[in-house]
Design a protein around this ligand. Sequence first.
Ligand SMILES: [Zn+2]
Length: 266
Amino acid sequence: MAACGCAATAPPAAGPARSVGAPSHSATPSPSPSPSPSSLPLAGRIVGIDPGHNGGNFSDPGYIDQQVWNGQEYEDCDTTGTEAADGFTEASFNFDVATYLQADLIALGATVVMTRDSNDGVGPCVTTRAQIINDAHADVALDIHADGGPVTGRGFTVLEPVADGPNDTVITASQQFGADVRSAILLYTPMPESDYYGTDGVISRDDLAGLNLTTVPKVLVECGNMPNPTDAALLQSTSFQQQLAKAFTAAIIAFLTGQPVSGPAG
Ligand SMILES: [Zn+2]
């Protein structure tokens, strides 16, 4: 039942962070008939995106295996993530979806803060990823992953934080955002709720740094199960990755405006 390979262990010694993705701030040319930037639905909003793992993690076990305190216990600084049977990596999937989502959000006026800006680096540690998004004072944030569950299992799961001190003030908001994310995935994509993990596509987790240490509303999404051939085919398809980005965008708009999730146009 391991979600995203984020195993927690108990030895000591936290290590320093190494690579940190630069926050992205960019403006997009206004589409005709040129609404003013302030009229865009996400104008003035800050969104944090954490694409889990990194493509270079396989090459540096000494770095990613260092132990960091996640608020409840020690866990690995980062992990390699899982992969499909054909070698397509979770790190690549996470970054692809994050890149589509970043572009969609910027086009709607948001400022987007990414925890990494390529898929060929190492880290940063999960604790640093949480800190980058906290320091940016994001209005809402999303950790993007795919699971390494049983080969017969299918579907997505939204992981929500459990109150532990640092995150106490964002539990209710994170649960609301989680509900929006769940609704949006069902509306925008063919991926079903998980049939092996969580209940109705949702589970609470108290052992992950990204959720334990967050001071902004945040959920972690296991977007599908990479070892399952049906899920793997979806996860590797550009069209599904773009649908997922549209789903997350709709969930973010719904959460930030207090409106129900809007379905796909047309
Ligand atoms: Zn993962």
